[in-house]
Each structure stands twice: as C-alpha cells, then as structure tokens.
Design a protein around this ligand. Structure first.
Ligand SMILES: [Fe+2]
Ligand SMILES: [Fe+2]
Length: 147
C-alpha cells in the first residue's frame, strides 16, 4: 500500500472524530468535555502530523524544497498545535469552545489541502515503489500488518 493511501485512510477516520469532538465541545456545561475533546484531538492528530512529516514531507524535500507547499503544510500543522495549546489557557468555556471550533476548521481545511494538492503532487514526484516502501514504514510505525 502506498503511504498516500494510508494517510488518506487516517484522514477518513479523523474526520469522523472531528464531528464527535465538535459535538462534545458544543455540550453545555463546559470545560471537562472540551478538555477531553482537546486531549483526544491533540494526541491523535498531532501523531498523524509528525508521522506525515517524518515519512512523507522528508521524502518530498529533495523534490519540492523546504519552502512552498511543504512550508505551507508545516505551517498548518503548527497552527493546529497553537490553537490546541491556546484552549488549555482559555479562561471560560465559550473561549475554549470557540478555539476548538477554529482548530477543527483549520484541521479540516488542512486535510483538504493535503488531499487535493500535496498527495497528488507526491504521487507525481515519487515513484510507486518509493511510496510503497514508505507505506511499509507507516505500517511499522502504526503497528499494523499489511500482509
Ligand atoms: Fe498534515
Ligand atoms: Fe494529513
């Protein structure tokens, strides 16, 4: 399996999670729900982002350089991280809810940007066997068996 297909599969799972988190953050009664939503969001999506960076972005650097598209994508990872960190400093529930909404918005847009811009570019500049061997590295990191 190609790494780009594996990452798209992760996006699909996280999109479901985003909807769940949005619903949790909308619950009246405040911080506990938002805090747990943020922790789940943070742990899963940031792990996805660092795996993506480590495996895909690094493989693309010799082809795309570190500016341009890759810089845009890394900036979006940082922005999601920054918004999530801000939630911990929120002084009231409505600020926290607003920031989680913003973080979800940036994350959804970021997934879209990768799906329509970066991943097609990766399929263009990286050979199929390179993407497949990166897919194996992804499976090792995720502890799944591709068979
Ligand atoms: Fe990403
Ligand atoms: Fe991604």
């Amino acid at each position: 399996m190609k790494l780009t297909d594996a990452l798209i599969g992760e996006h699909a799972a996280y999109k479901e999670l985003f909807d769940e988190i949005e619903a949790m953050a909308a619950v009246e009664g405040g911080f506990p729900q938002i805090q747990s939503a943020t922790n789940v969001f943070n742990a899963l999506v940031m792990e996805h982002a660092s795996l993506e960076d480590e495996l895909l972005f690094r493989a693309l650097e010799p082809h795309l350089g570190t500016n341009g598209r890759l810089a845009d994508m890394r900036h979006e990872h940082t922005e999601i991280n920054r918004l999530l960190a801000q939630i911990e400093e929120a002084e009231n529930t409505s600020d926290a809810a607003e920031w989680i909404k913003q973080a979800l918005g940036v994350a959804r847009q970021h997934f879209h940007n990768e799906e329509v811009i970066l991943f097609p570019l990766a399929r263009e500049v990286l050979d199929d066997d390179v993407l497949t061997s990166l897919g194996k590295a992804w499976a090792d990191a995720r502890n799944v068996t591709l068979g």
